[in-house]
Design a binder for this molecule. Sequence first.
Ligand SMILES: CC(C)(COP(=O)(O)OP(=O)(O)OC[C@H]1O[C@@H](n2cnc3c(N)ncnc32)[C@H](O)[C@@H]1OP(=O)(O)O)[C@@H](O)C(=O)NCCC(=O)NCCS
Length: 200
Amino acid sequence: MSAPPKTVLQATPEEEAAIRAAVRGAGGEGLVVAGPQHVAGLTRLLADPKVSDPIYDLPRPITEESVGRWIEQSEALRQKGECLLTVSLDEAGEVAGYSRFTVWPDRSSAEIAGARRADQQNSGQGRTGVGRSTAFMFEILGVRLIGLTAALDNVRSAAAIDGAGFERKGERESVRPDGSIRRSIYWEMTRDQWTRLHRL
Ligand SMILES: CC(C)(COP(=O)(O)OP(=O)(O)OC[C@H]1O[C@@H](n2cnc3c(N)ncnc32)[C@H](O)[C@@H]1OP(=O)(O)O)[C@@H](O)C(=O)NCCC(=O)NCCS
């Protein structure tokens, strides 16, 4: 399951409350929060192993029931200010990608998992996508730390995450919902590092 960063920050009660409010209030910045109307489209997206195989924290098996429950659970967490499950839609209105932000407001920290539909992979936009999501977490959600993981053999994610400026911090064991372990490359970036990168 999603794990908070290895580095432990302590948010003040005011900071924690502001992050929770920002998560609950997000959605106007071109983000489409996943709802019951996306169950079928998200299931079609995730049913493709090219989309879902590299991601450890998805419900499995991927069925409309499990995806429907996952959307409901994510929405319950969103209302607590701890999660945002969003979808991107193509011109036909079909689900063409998703992002799931997990937020630990008490630790001023977040992570993201996500994927593009197979026909939109190898877009050359991976790094920009990671950068856009990172800006969103630091600037809109207001966290101070992001931790990311990718499977050891996920060369595209690794290149995109390195390219967006994250710092490699070894490996970690990611736990799948069934309790099994996936070895991951692990990265962190602080808001200060991000701000410095974008001042240059
Ligand atoms: C990860 C994902 C979102 C990236 O989007 P994308 O459009 O495929 O990414 P890009 O085409 O920009 O490729 C990303 C980087 O990998 C590099 N790359 C691509 N193929 C590569 C290869 N075979 N070997 C080494 N690097 C490779 C690209 O050059 C690019 O690096 P750059 O920005 O330094 O040029 C997308 O591939 C995806 O949805 N994959 C399936 C799900 C997944 O892995 N999710 C992430 C879990 S952490």
